[in-house]
Design a protein around this ligand. Structure first.
Ligand code: FAD
Length: 340
């Protein structure tokens, strides 16, 4: 089937005018168009210093894995919001791309044994909608906070995880939910790993593997995501807190994002506050307990410096102290909202 879109000569002409190397080859499992007309690959015709030489647009997860296996140098691209920023800044020069935007099986979700199986291709915009918010409120709140609208329309859950940026808003939520990833590999292979293992570098995506789905427990209880940014309006997190209640296990799970390379879980603070809660009656806590939880979380994530040999402890630098206070406030508010 011939490629759709303008003839090759027109593509080359367009690329010259953009000072972008013309696209010389198109490889696709089904149908292909010029770079930039593909669904889910926002911005591929921006003024990249070097365009990819081969673009494959599979329509199933296994086709995408096969395409990666056939082209080991190829890079998967979903919404392109992180990837194209790297290309445009010259950090990345992919020689081939495997676009994931046409794989419909990973753009929705399904229920499975008390869990939601979320496709890696779910966009932030889709996760921010009310039906998704009724299912996993904290993830919906994080999705609504993830950048300006054009980024939320293109950026995906899988891209957020694979990028593993400290400021990835979905990451503390997935850590608090103790979500797992279903990784698709060559030959239809599937393996499941905790999200936290990937973020901590304990397990890596192997060559040719893709994040296919994210398995999230459905807790049917309040969940909160709060984010502090350095300015009003959309912005990257200075600090974020995800907090979920798990009434079945009488647990509180909390993760703090953006202040370290990966989300931090203050496990002792979680256990301490969980035993204060009257799970069978009114779960509200007195303000002093909420404050103490905030301080506990903040001190666990941003501890005091180690004592000097003479036993004295140097004060935290002002910026770090400010960050610690921000984390304490976010954790206190998140718990208060979850219990109200
Ligand atoms: C202006 C701007 C503002 C932003 N603001 C925020 C913000 O506030 N909060 C936030 O969290 N993020 C923010 N982002 C980052 C970005 O939008 C998100 O991380 C987004 O979720 C990335 O998804 P994507 O589909 O665009 O990933 P892509 O850019 O397509 O891919 C990112 C990386 O993930 C890999 N990848 C993608 N999908 C898969 C998969 N299924 N399996 C394996 N690897 C995969 C790609 O190879 C690439 O290495 C912002 C970005 C921009 C440009």
């Amino acid at each position: 089937m011939p490629p759709s879109g303008p003839p090759r000569s027109a593509v080359a002409k367009m690329c010259q005018s953009c000072h972008v190397r013309p696209v010389s080859t198109y490889r696709t499992a089904t149908q292909v168009g010029p770079v930039g007309q593909r669904e889910g690959a926002a911005g591929l015709t921006t003024h990249a210093p070097q365009a990819a030489q081969a673009v494959t647009l599979p329509t199933t997860l296994d086709e995408a894995v096969a395409a990666l296996a056939a082209m080991p140098a190829a890079v998967p691209v979903a919404g392109g919001t992180d990837l194209m920023a790297a290309v445009n800044s010259g950090q990345l020069r992919p020689t081939a791309l495997v676009g994931l935007g046409r794989i419909s099986e990973i753009r929705g979700w399904q229920y499975q044994d008390g869990h939601a199986l979320l496709g890696a291709g779910l966009t932030h915009a889709r996760m921010g909608r009310p039906d998704f918010a009724a299912l996993i409120p904290a993830l919906a709140a994080a999705a609504r906070a993830a950048g300006p609208p054009h980024i939320r329309n293109a950026g995906t859950l899988g891209g957020n995880i694979a990028s593993a940026s400290p400021t990835g808003d979905a990451l503390p939520v997935l850590a608090a939910l103790e979500a797992t990833l279903i990784i698709a590999g060559p030959g239809g292979a599937r393996r499941e790993i905790p999200v936290s293992h990937l973020l901590a570098g304990m397990e890596m995506l192997r060559g040719g593997e893709l994040i296919g789905y994210v398995r999230v427990p459905l807790l049917h209880a309040p969940q909160v995501f709060l984010k502090a940014t350095g300015r009003t309006g959309p912005g990257r997190a200075l600090a974020s807190v995800a907090l979920v209640l798990d009434p079945a296990r009488r647990g509180v799970r909390c993760a703090v994002g953006a202040i370290a390379p990966m989300p931090l879980r203050p496990l002792e603070a979680e256990q301490w506050v969980a035993q204060l809660i009257d799970w069978d009656n009114d779960r509200a806590l007195v303000p002093e307990a909420l404050n103490a939880f905030g301080e506990y979380v903040a001190a666990a994530c941003i501890p005091d410096p180690a004592p000097e040999p003479d036993g004295s402890v140097a004060p935290l630098p002002p910026a770090v102290l400010h960050l610690r206070r921000t984390v304490a406030a976010l954790a206190r508010r998140a718990l208060g909202r979850a219990l109200s």
